[in-house]
Structure formats: structure tokens, C-alpha cells
Design a protein around this ligand. Structure first.
Ligand code: WTA
Length: 652
């Protein structure tokens, strides 16, 4: 393979960068490698504000890690209160724009007031350290405010993406045993109201133990409130009375002194079974790596205006809209709606308006915008941009080049950041003032992160060999457990290569030590950068009364990277496949959420199975990618099934 073009950092960029030149990166990497505990320990003392410093950096009893033990800390305090003693007090913490065009600029001081007030509301309703709250909200400032208020009190939060259905919401509320749900009447997406409270009501029919639903009025569309359970956010806030001074508020609602390992949040993500996994992140280690990566990867400076376009319902929003940027004292832009509403230049309009300097988005968004043509970005002044980022899925070199040329005007480095819900923070990415870029490669691991590539037996592979990506050493922001399921935690991540974390991604390292991520090796699909398991969609489909069996695979998609393709066999009956196909797509949207809706449903009389009855998804994957089957089919029970499926016309 010919070596792709590389893009070294420009002298101008290096001069101002937090990490200047490859040697600076290497030195830091080597320092961390030589004595990881000292490296992370020193960093934690310098970067975070502690109530009581820790006595031990790491207790590692694989697969269970405890970082910074003996220390006490509070994530909300680190994200807000500590900045109030500095010039950041009056700096915008959040610049928010609603889809209809409404705006709010919230300084650190104001954010503190809002968070302290909402924490007081939660306290007043009887919630305390260790309780669990589910947050199901649109992308409005009250979403991070609710998260931070929980963190302030030590309430474990779980944000459920607003695109998930009532069914998915219910499963998460139940798994977490949450007593309070924080929501809104609705939010705006492509000019339409996404109604959230209705889904909450539906979900709670099977969760009688939920005591309160706190509802923020965003759209004012008029919703039923259940007496004794539902309360309005604004009414609760009014009851607190006149707005007290910041200092008084702080006294009334101080940040709880919490253990370093106190659970901060649980975020559900798709695994290889139908049941999502509750990924547990704790306080100090998570905060350390999310905030320090803001400096290393995004090269954050005091005057930057930083914008991550993710939804807070996914990990990217947790780490890189809320905790990382705020702990690092950044100004973070937040946008409620769709990138193409009212027109395809909404992103560039926002960049121009707020003079965004660091812009972080997904390859799916980039590819969708490429298709609309260069005239949209070209109509805007994008000269404020200086760093561009990509996350969630591999970025193909053509999209990379467009992003670099048309958006960055060949001035802005692109950081392709590889990480996962489980890793909490960015693991592999260029430090833009130090590492030369290669389009399509996430480049090098960050200091303190030790990765390798292994074969199926766990043997470490050399350069240029494709294998499984593993992380060999514990790191502070690592997943601590799967909520309520330590056995699954052990099996899923730590059993392939004992003592090492199994990522589920395939990768290759080139002779420069650069990592090329090749995609998932398990049954996890990646649609528009959203994680979805084949099993989750299959179990939704087989719930439908017409479906006998279903097998789901991902097929390549020009814009969204992958798309969901379902093979379905029906129960006996006279089915109209067109109508049933539509119904099943709708059914999946209802069971999981609209983003999980299969792009394609193929009806078949039989699925390819092994003699022991296992569905051979590998063959189905081949059929949707190459329309033919080349691999070994000797274990197949009925060979004709495959030839029938392969010769089937692709539906329009
Ligand atoms: C994929 C999102 C290639 C990968 C932060 C991983 C990527 C999964 C990249 C995690 C990247 C994420 N290049 N692939 N830069 N970033 N992925 O948990 O397959 O939603 O395992 O976390 O996304 O998705 P998750």
C-alpha cells in the first residue's frame, strides 16, 4: 500500500500549541510509560481541585480499578465553583442556540446560580447522594444543568438520548432503579416538536416506583401532568423565592464532598446482546482525562470558542460538551437542532456568528454536508476556526480532505479522535501541534494510553498486521463496571486477553506507529456514529406478531457509514411484504428509536443456519456488501438458502 500524504503541523500552530512538536509529545508519552502512577498522580494534583488529596493513585485488581483513592472531590465543583475565583467568573460557559433561533449566553457565574438552584430543588424533593436520576431532555441548557446539579449532590445520573423510544427509556429506568426522571415537554428538531413527556408517561406505566417527574417547559405545547408525581421545573424554582446572591446560593447548596470513585453517571450503550449495558463512570479519573484531553487534543486556550455538535445523550456530549470543556474552563457552544435546518448552512452560520475556533463533529455529518455542495460553507466567514475534530466512526480520506480544504481552508489540523463510551475520554488522536496527520488514521495514543494489536489468541502482532485493538494498562477515565452486572463486565472486556481491555475494534498499526481503526469486530453496528447492536434490533423485530425469525446485519452506507439491514422470515399467513416492511420499520422505531429504523427489510423463506441452528450472520454480511458469498459454507445446513438470498433483488 502506498503511503498516504502526511500533513505536519504548521510552524504558526506549533508556536502557540499546548504540546509543541513531536519531541514534546514523545517526552510526555515516555514519562507516562516509565511511571504511569506518578504521571497520572501529578496530573491529578495539578489539574483537579480536591477537597482532600488522594493517598494512592491506583488500586488495580483486574478488571476492577480504583483511581485516586482516599481523595474527596466533586465534579460539579470542578466544572463551575473553582472557576468563580478566577477571571473565568464572567466568561461564557455555555453559548446556546435553539433550533428556532433563540439564544442564551450563560457565564460560569450564572451557570453556578442555575445549577445550585436546581440542586436545591432536587434536594427539596428528597433526593440524596447515591440516588439515581434518569434525564430525558432536548439539547437545552437545562440538560447540562440537571446533570451538574446531580453531580453536585452525588446523585448518579443517566442521560437517555431523546431519540430513544418509551420502550428503551423504560428499560433504562428499570435497570437503574431510578426514582426521579427529569424531562421537558418537548424540544425542536427540523421545525417539529419532539415530544418527550409523552414517552415518559408511557414508560412510567411500568415503573410505579418512580416518585417524581420534573418537567422543564421548553415548547409550551400543553401536556398532562400527573398529580402527586409530576412537577414543573419553573414552579419548583419559583418556590425557592427571590434570586439569592451567588455566594448565598453556594452556601445553601454546597457541592458534596464525594469519594474519588463515587459514581458520576451510568450511560447505556449497545453491546452484543439485546440488552444495553449500563457503563459506569466515576468521578475523579473521568474528570481528569476529559479535561486534560481538551488541552492535548483540542489545544484549548483561554480565548477559544469550542463547539462539539454531538447530542449530550451520547458519550461524546457527556465528555466533550459538559464535563471536559467545563472542567477545563472553556466556552462551549451548544445547539438544539438539526444541522440542515432551516438550510444546509446552519453549522457554518453558527461558526460564523459565535466565532467558533474549535469544531468537533462526526464523519456522517461531514458526508451529508459534502453532498449539498461547497456553496453552503463558502457563503460564511469561517476564519475563526483553528482546530477541527472528528469522532464516532472512521473518517474516509475523501471526507477528510473535504473537511480540511473546504472547512479548514488548509489551515486547520483535523484531530481524528478514537475512543468509546467505555473509555470515557479520547484514547488515540493527534496532538495537533505535535503529530503530523494522515487522513483516515487516528494517529497516536495519548500519553498514558498503552494500546496494542493482538490476534485471535491474544498474541501481540507487529506492524502492518490487522488484529484486535486492546488497551493494555488501566487509565483513569476507564469504565469501572457494568451497572449491576460485574460478570458481564469481566467477560465482555477482560477475558480475551487477561488484564487487558478488549475494545471490540479491529485495527492496524503502520511503521510510523500510527493506528488505523478498521471498525467493529462484534455484533455492534455504527449508524451515523450511533452504536446499535444487531441483537437489539433482532429482538425488537421478533416481538412483532408476524415475525418468526430475524437476522440483522450492517450494510455499508455512503452517508451514515453503516445502515441496518434486516432479514426476516414470517409466521404462516398471507403477508403483503411492502406493507409489512413499512410496518416493521415503524415497529423498530417504536421499540428502540427512530435512528434504529432498518433501512432495508428483506423477506425470506429461511435464514442460513449452521447444523446446530446458529444463524450465520457472516454470510448475510457478505450478501449485503458484495451480493455474493465467497467464504466457507460447509457448515451450512441448507445450501440453497444462501444462493436464493444472494440472487434476491435489492429492494428500491
Ligand atoms: C467507533 C463514541 C474510527 C469505534 C466516542 C468504537 C471510531 C465506537 C472513532 C465507539 C474514530 C469511535 N475512528 N472509529 N475516530 N471513534 N469509533 O461508544 O468502532 O458511541 O468502538 O463512542 O465508535 O462508539 P461509542
Amino acid at each position: 500500500m502506498s503511503d498516504p500524504k502526511t500533513y505536519p503541523p504548521s510552524a504558526d500552530f506549533v508556536e502557540r500549541a499546548n504540546l509543541q512538536g513531536l519531541d514534546a509529545y514523545r517526552e510526555l508519552y515516555e514519562q507516562a510509560k516509565a511511571d504511569p502512577e506518578r504521571f497520572w498522580g501529578d496530573l491529578a494534583l495539578n489539574e483537579l481541585t480536591w477537597f482532600r488529596p488522594f493517598s494512592k493513585t491506583l488500586e488495580w485488581d483486574p478488571p476492577f480499578a480504583k483511581w485516586f483513592t482516599g481523595g474527596t472531590i466533586n465534579a460539579c465543583y470542578n466544572c463551575i465553583d473553582r472557576h468563580l475565583k478566577t477571571d473565568r467568573r464572567t466568561k461564557p460557559a455555555l453559548i446556546w442556540e435553539g433550533e428556532p433561533g433563540d439564544q442564551r449566553v450563560i457565564t460560569y457565574e450564572e451557570l453556578h446560580r442555575l445549577v445550585a438552584r436546581f440542586a436545591t430543588v432536587l434536594k427539596g424533593l428528597g433526593y440524596r447522594k447515591g440516588d439515581r436520576a434518569v434525564i430525558y431532555m432536548p439539547m437545552i441548557p437545562e440538560l447540562p444543568i440537571a446533570m451538574l446539579a446531580c453531580a453536585r449532590l452525588g446523585i448518579v445520573h443517566s442521560v437517555v438520548f431523546g431519540g430513544f423510544s418509551a420502550e428503551a427509556l423504560k428499560a433504562r429506568i428499570q435497570d437503574l432503579d431510578a426514582w426521579v426522571v427529569i424531562t421537558a415537554d418537548g424540544g425542536w428538531r427540523r421545525g417539529k416538536e419532539v415530544r418527550l413527556k409523552g414517552a415518559v408517561d408511557e414508560a412510567l406505566e411500568d415503573c410505579p416506583y418512580v416518585r417524581h417527574v420534573v418537567v422543564y417547559k421548553r415548547t409550551g405545547s400543553g401536556i398532562p401532568m400527573k398529580e402527586g408525581r409530576d412537577v414543573w421545573w419553573h414552579e419548583q424554582d419559583d418556590e425557592l423565592g427571590a434570586i439569592p446572591q451567588v455566594e448565598e446560593d453556594a452556601e445553601a447548596c454546597p457541592a458534596e464532598e464525594l469519594d474519588s470513585e463515587h459514581p458520576l453517571y451510568v450511560l447505556y450503550t449497545s453491546g452484543t446482546t439485546g440488552k444495553p449495558k449500563g457503563i459506569l463512570h466515576t468521578t475523579a479519573g473521568y474528570l481528569l482525562e476529559t479535561s486534560v484531553s481538551m488541552k492535548w487534543v483540542f489545544d484549548l486556550h483561554e480565548d477559544d470558542v469550542y463547539w462539539c455538535t454531538a447530542d449530550i445523550g451520547w458519550v461524546t456530549g457527556h465528555s466533550y460538551i459538559v464535563y471536559g470543556p467545563l472542567a477545563a474552563g472553556a466556552t462551549s457552544v451548544m445547539y438544539e437542532g438539526a444541522p440542515d435546518y432551516p438550510a444546509f448552512d446552519r453549522f457554518w452560520q453558527i461558526v460564523e456568528k459565535y466565532r467558533v475556533s474549535i469544531f468537533y463533529t462526526s464523519p456522517t455529518a461531514i458526508r451529508a454536508l459534502i453532498r449539498q455542495g461547497d456553496q453552503w460553507p463558502n457563503a460564511h466567514d469561517l476564519s475563526s476556526l483553528r482546530v477541527l475534530g472528528s469522532v464516532g466512526e472512521p473518517i474516509n480520506p475523501a471526507a477528510w480532505e473535504w473537511y480540511y480544504r473546504v472547512i479548514g481552508k488548509e489551515r486547520c489540523p483535523i484531530v481524528d479522535t478514537w475512543w468509546q463510551t467505555e473509555t470515557g475520554a479520547i484514547m488515540i488522536s493527534a496532538a495537533p501541534g505535535a503529530v503530523a496527520l494522515k487522513p483516515g488514521s487516528a494517529t497516536l495514543p495519548l500519553p498514558g494510553i498503552v494500546v496494542d494489536i493482538v490476534d485471535a489468541d491474544g498474541q501481540i502482532l507487529g506492524n502492518n498486521r490487522e488484529g484486535y485493538l486492546i488497551i493494555r494498562k488501566p487509565w483513569p477515565s476507564m469504565v469501572r463496571n457494568i451497572w449491576g452486572d460485574p460478570k458481564r463486565f469481566q467477560e465482555q472486556y477482560w477475558s480475551r486477553v487477561p488484564g487487558s481491555y478488549f475494545t471490540g475494534d479491529a485495527a492496524r498499526r503502520d511503521d510510523d506507529g500510527y493506528y488505523w481503526i478498521l471498525g467493529r469486530v462484534d455484533d455492534v453496528m455504527n449508524v451515523s456514529g450511533h452504536r446499535l447492536s444487531t441483537m437489539e434490533v433482532e429482538s425488537a423485530l421478533v416481538h412483532h406478531p408476524a415475525v418468526a425469525e430475524a437476522a440483522v446485519v450492517a450494510k455499508p452506507h455512503e452517508i451514515t457509514g453503516q445502515a441496518v439491514c434486516a432479514f426476516v422470515t414470517c409466521k404462516k399467513g398471507d403477508w403483503n411484504h411492502d406493507a409489512l416492511g413499512q410496518e416493521l420499520r415503524q415497529w423498530v422505531a417504536h421499540e428502540i428509536g427512530p435512528f434504529a429504523r432498518p433501512e432495508e427489510i428483506r423477506f425470506t423463506d429461511a435464514l442460513p443456519k449452521t447444523r446446530s441452528g446458529k444463524i450465520m450472520r457472516r454470510l448475510l454480511r457478505e450478501i449485503v456488501t458484495t451480493h455474493a458469498v465467497t467464504g466457507d459454507v460447509t457448515t451450512l445446513e441448507d445450501l440453497t438458502v444462501v444462493s436464493k438470498l444472494a440472487s434476491q433483488q435489492e429492494p428500491e
